[in-house]
Design a protein around this ligand. Structure first.
Ligand SMILES: Nc1ncnc2c1ncn2[C@@H]1O[C@H](COP(=O)(O)OP(=O)(O)O)[C@@H](O)[C@H]1O
Ligand SMILES: [Mg+2]
Length: 355
């Protein structure tokens, strides 16, 4: 009996979007490298699947009528706009092609950090206070939060638009950064209360009963006590500046709070199969969800290749488990799962060091 599936892989390569002189330096920061695509492909092959590399949304459109795949694993970030991550899921849905991961609506809601925050607030999930700045008009009136604030792009990821100057302590700084986001990134700014303290990220997998994976803590310049430091774009690309501690040295209580909130955030925006929730925790121990990523990086250096070790499993097993969650959703796992354990055991919190 045939066990493996034919899996199409959609992805956006940095090399497909070379920078132009008008671009901000981080214009293609979220896009992937061929190394990551090959890393994912070899994980899928180790699960007994055949992989058909498709590439970006334009390649998908060209091939769509001849495409002969059972399911697509999509990691496309798209190029511009609030719906850039929704494009591939929408086309696949329209054509009735099964795919791994969240659908177009969830991609749109989560890419637009303000739309996601509205879902979190409606569901009682703590997230930093914020306001939306389409322009520099009325900023003084809009700011009922006070300082310090952080000024982010509403619908970018990978710390795009974030530099040391994004944390502002006064009105001139606020005005300067809002203007920069409006002009340079051509979108509204999300202005948020700056949370001093520590930072965590928590992967979540699954559907009816989503499970939080081991927590990773962010260390910047060798310290987990971040204070006023945060994840800026140049730091993201400098691997020595930012490190993931997994497992982190946190109490079991904090670990449980992070994992429970991560699952609630995942459910709040209807994530499917996989996601990753980013948190800051302030000095008083209050947790804040910053954002949720339905397209978390699957690159070698990122948390999806780190947390499996804590669970005594592998990146390959995690990737294939994610695919199986999708296959199960579509009712495609029945025959092929005979005699094989399709899901690795997802024990919450395995191996966390407590102090
Ligand atoms: N309200 C905040 N307080 C403190 N730091 C923040 C806040 N929002 C974002 N950051 C910092 O900026 C980084 C990127 O912000 P995030 O909202 O996760 O967007 P993205 O990862 O999509 O660029 C975070 O990892 C964190 O270091
Ligand atoms: Mg983030």
């Amino acid at each position: 009996m045939k066990m493996g599936k034919v899996i199409g892989l959609t992805y956006d390569l940095k090399s497909d979007r070379p920078l132009t002189p008008d671009d901000p330096i981080d214009a293609n920061a979220e896009l992937d490298t061929m190394e990551t695509v090959e890393f994912i492909m070899s994980a899928l092959k180790s699960g007994g699947h055949r992989v058909v590399p498709i590439g970006n949304v334009h390649n998908l459109l060209r091939q769509i009528d001849e495409l002969d795949v059972d399911i697509v694993l999509n990691i496309c970030e798209g190029h511009a706009g609030r719906n850039r991550e929704s494009q591939v899921p929408l086309i696949l849905e329209m054509k009735g092609i099964p795919f791994v991961g969240s659908d177009a609506l969830t991609m749109g809601i989560t890419l637009d950090k303000i739309a996601a925050k509205k879902c979190f607030i409606a569901d009682g999930i703590p997230t930093p206070r914020y306001f939306n700045a389409y322009s520099t008009d009325n900023l003084e009136k809009l700011n009922t939060i006070g300082y310090p604030l952080i000024v982010k792009a509403r619908y970018e990821g990978t710390s795009k638009g974030l530099s040391e100057q994004s944390r502002v302590e006064d009105f001139p700084g606020l005005k300067r950064q809002v203007e920069l986001i409006n002009k340079r990134y051509k979108q509204a700014a999300l202005v948020e209360k700056f949370i001093r303290g520590t930072e965590f990220t928590v992967p979540v997998l699954g559907n009816e009963n989503p499970q939080a994976m081991p927590v990773s803590q962010i260390a910047i310049d060798g310290s987990v006590e971040l204070g006023d430091k945060f994840y800026t774009f140049p730091r993201v690309v400098n691997e020595n500046a930012v490190r993931y501690l997994c497992p982190p040295r946190i109490t079991k209580e904090l670990e449980k709070k992070l994992q429970d909130l991560a699952v609630r955030a995942y459910q709040s925006v209807d994530c499917r199969d996989l996601g990753r929730v980013d948190f800051r925790v302030d000095a008083e121990g209050n947790l804040y969800v910053l954002e949720i990523n339905p397209l978390p990086s699957l690159a070698k250096k990122d948390v999806f290749n780190i947390f499996p070790q804590v669970m005594e499993t592998t990146y390959e097993a995690i990737i294939n488990t994610i695919v199986n969650f999708a296959l199960k959703r579509y009712g495609m796992l029945k025959d092929s799962s005979k005699g094989q354990q399709p899901f690795i055991k997802l024990n919450r919190g395995t191996g966390i060091l407590h102090q």
